[in-house]
Design a protein around this ligand. Structure first.
Ligand SMILES: N[C@@H](CCC(=O)N[C@@H](CS)C(=O)NCC(=O)O)C(=O)O
Length: 214
């Protein structure tokens, strides 16, 4: 099976998938797509043909394009269940999905690049306004996640096994720092992050390790 990931070094959604692929020990090639250069290469005809949503990541599986990071993780879980990134029982799996969606559908969409660009272009948001916007939405979502991880976490976000919740957490905390979120309010999240950040699958997926890192 050939796997090619269209990725941007600082894209949090691409980062989730990089960790997932590493966790499953699946070799893949990276094709960098620059989200800012040339007006954003995600808007190019080539990329739009692969993902009409004009977003990253896109995983090409034997040439077949798949987008939406959680759909990709679901595909990887179904095709390569070991080592797992979801717990076994339905309730536990739903809990991990709940944590995943706090980031995936609660936080990331409102601080996405296109939202920032539109706030600047059409609503006169200064850079400081944009940072404030992102900071507040990220903090709101992390407040919910902190409670969930404090209730259900262990070594990692959910118990003592790495799960999708961790794949979403680490990139989101990196973004939180970029937007000056005060992370002292989230001790459970930063404690889990400190367990995760030295795992080789996470190290290799870090933005600084990517071929397009600036
Ligand atoms: N729900 C999608 C979100 C994808 C997404 O928003 N990706 C960002 C990078 S993390 C992107 O490509 N943004 C481009 C833009 O806003 O123009 C996923 O999880 O894959």
């Amino acid at each position: 099976m050939s796997l090619v990931l269209r990725s941007y070094w600082r894209s949090s959604c691409s980062w989730r998938v990089r960790i997932g692929l590493n966790w499953k020990q699946l070799p893949y090639d990276i094709v960098p797509v620059h989200l800012v250069a040339d007006g954003g290469q995600q808007h190019s005809d080539t990329h739009r043909a692969l993902n009409p949503s004009r977003e990253l990541p896109v995983l090409l599986v034997d040439g077949e394009p798949l987008a939406q990071s959680v759909a990709i993780l679901e595909y990887l879980e179904e095709t390569h269940p070991d080592p797992p990134l979801l717990p076994r029982s339905p309730l536990d799996r739903a809990r991990v999905r709940q944590m995943t969606e706090v980031v995936n559908s609660g936080i990331q969409p409102v601080q996405n690049l296109r939202v920032m660009q539109r706030l600047g272009r059409e609503y006169d948001f200064s850079r400081a306004d944009q940072v404030g916007w992102s900071r507040d939405w990220i903090a709101l979502g992390l407040t919910a996640l902190e409670q969930l991880v404090s209730n259900h976490g262990g070594r990692y976000s959910f118990g003592d096994s790495v799960s999708w919740a961790d794949l979403c957490l680490v990139p989101q905390l990196y973004n939180a720092r970029r937007f000056d979120v005060d992370l002292t309010a989230f001790p459970s999240l930063t404690a889990v992050e400190s367990q995760l950040e030295s795992l080789p699958e996470f190290v290799a997926a870090h933005p600084d390790q990517q071929p397009d890192a600036a």
